[in-house]
Design a protein around this ligand. Structure first.
Ligand code: C2O
Ligand code: CU
Length: 454
């Protein structure tokens, strides 16, 4: 653990007294366009929009904020705070100059509420769309457009969704931290080269180094003495993997709610699209939260871990809250699969492919509603891919045959280079569901298909 003391210089070269202004080894501020003045910036939080009497109703305006895009005047947009069983009735008002939609990442909404353009038409500029669904599972989710997705998400169109766990103790604060790496989207001509057939393919994904938390680079979070906080991390980056270390924190939840047992918050990989829930207790003094350098083209990369957040605290230890863990072991890997997806492509002469097909020229696979299906994702390419399925959750069974240490439910799971990942799916939500890579450049350049549940 790295402690830094106010008024001293920590080993990373950051002057503690004036916070964390750009050190010699810190490229964050060089081209960020943000004010890199020396005063530490306190971590801001998106506005909360909470349900009342079992309903969250209202309007969500997608709009330009000048250089960025946002919902209701902000990026991240409002945090939707819900209870299990709540109804959501939100009207998207498109004040952008392009079409858009809202996709509710991780929620099992009805198919025609999923915000994908092959089920419902994108919402035209000036038009509205009424989204209505109920939420049936606790966890941390997020919302973002599902058309023109690389550009719109990179420019800031996203927000968090919190569905409270009915059995949870109440922490002193329940905080949403949306992580994004700045300026990842580049117009096609800069990142995409045409091959001899004139096909488009994506470039190599660099490791992200310019992280923002709720829109701010390297902010400060102050804990009160003895405070117990639940931190919900959302990785809204197009292609940046977080390899998060939060000294003293423990991981209590993942993509789809509670883990079966808590885990230490050391080098927690949070791929684009994934979420992690952390219990953070005061008592560590000042703490530097870091991400290891990590690239989809090979995993852990050269370079020192970078601070993404500075937590100031005291030596008054907060008592862990009584989060309920069911202790279940992961369901065994059955060593077969009903559905196999191969992820390929990206070399000089091919687009990004699933099963040899590139969106939109895909052949939907079909499963029967109610079936329990073993899904296998095989990565035969030279970068990792975060596998994501809409409308469902899956239990992670194994990565290269090795089961996870604790049982976990996911909707987005990283498939490392040359790896095979098996998951168990209860296909209980009828419809045409997107299944794609959550590196948004890959998704935009072919790496998407459809799973029909009927
Ligand atoms: Cu977060 Cu298909 O998306
Ligand atoms: Cu990919």
């Amino acid at each position: 653990m790295t402690l830094f003391l106010l008024g001293c210089v920590d080993p990373g070269g950051h002057a503690g007294g004036n916070g964390h202004d750009a050190g010699h080894d810190d490229p964050t501020h060089d081209d960020s366009g943000h004010d890199s003045a020396s005063a530490p910036v306190e971590l801001p939080f998106p506005e909360d929009r909470a349900s009342a009497g079992g309903l969250l109703a209202g309007t969500l305006v997608a709009q330009s904020l000048g250089e960025r895009l946002g919902y209701d005047g902000a990026s991240p947009g409002p945090t939707l705070r819900l209870q299990v069983g709540d109804a959501v009735a939100l009207t998207l008002q498109n004040d952008l100059t392009d079409t858009t939609t809202v996709h509710w990442h991780g929620l099992s909404v009805p198919n025609d509420m999923d915000g994908v353009a092959f089920v419902t038409d994108p919402v035209e500029p000036g038009a509205t769309f009424d989204y209505a669904f109920t939420v049936d599972r606790p966890g941390t989710f997020w919302y973002h457009p599902h058309v023109d997705v690389s550009r719109q998400v990179d420019m800031g169109l996203y927000g968090a969704i919190v569905v409270a766990h009915p059995d949870d103790p109440v922490p002193d604060r329940d905080l949403v931290l949306v992580f994004d790496a700045e300026e990842e989207y580049e117009p096609e001509e800069e990142t995409i080269a045409a091959d001899h057939d004139g096909e488009l393919h994506g470039g190599v994904d660099p490791s992200a180094s310019n992280w923002l938390v709720n829109g701010v680079a390297q902010p400060t979070l102050a804990l009160s003495p003895g405070e117990r906080v639940l931190v919900r991390v959302v990785n809204a980056s197009n292609a940046g993997y977080l390899s998060l270390t939060w000294p003293g924190a423990r991981v209590v939840g993942g993509d789809q709610g509670r883990l079966s047992a808590p885990a230490e918050a050391t080098e927690v990989l949070v791929a684009p699209g994934q979420r992690v829930e952390l219990e953070v207790l005061d008592g560590q003094g000042n703490v530097e939260v870091t991400t290891g350098m990590w690239t989809p083209a090979g995993g852990a990369a050269y370079g020192d871990p970078q601070p993404v957040l500075f937590v100031t605290g005291s030596d008054t230890a907060g008592t862990p809250l009584d989060y309920v863990f069911d202790g279940a072991s992961p369901s065994g890997d059955p060593s077969y699969a009903d559905l196999v997806y191969t992820f390929q492509g990206g070399s000089d002469d091919e687009p990004w492919l699933i099963d040899g097909e590139s969106w939109p020229d895909v052949t939907p696979r079909v499963v029967t509603a109610g079936a329990e299906v073993i899904v296998e994702a095989r990565n035969l390419s030279a970068t990792s891919h975060p596998f994501h399925l809409h409308g469902h959750r899956l239990e992670l069974l194994s990565v290269n045959g090795v089961p996870p240490t604790v049982a976990r439910w996911v909707d987005t799971v990283d498939v490392p280079i040359r790896a095979t990942v098996r998951m168990k799916l209860l296909a209980d939500n009828p419809g045409s569901w997107a299944l794609h890579c959550h590196l948004l450049g890959h998704e935009d350049h072919g790496m998407m298909t459809i799973l029909e549940v009927q």
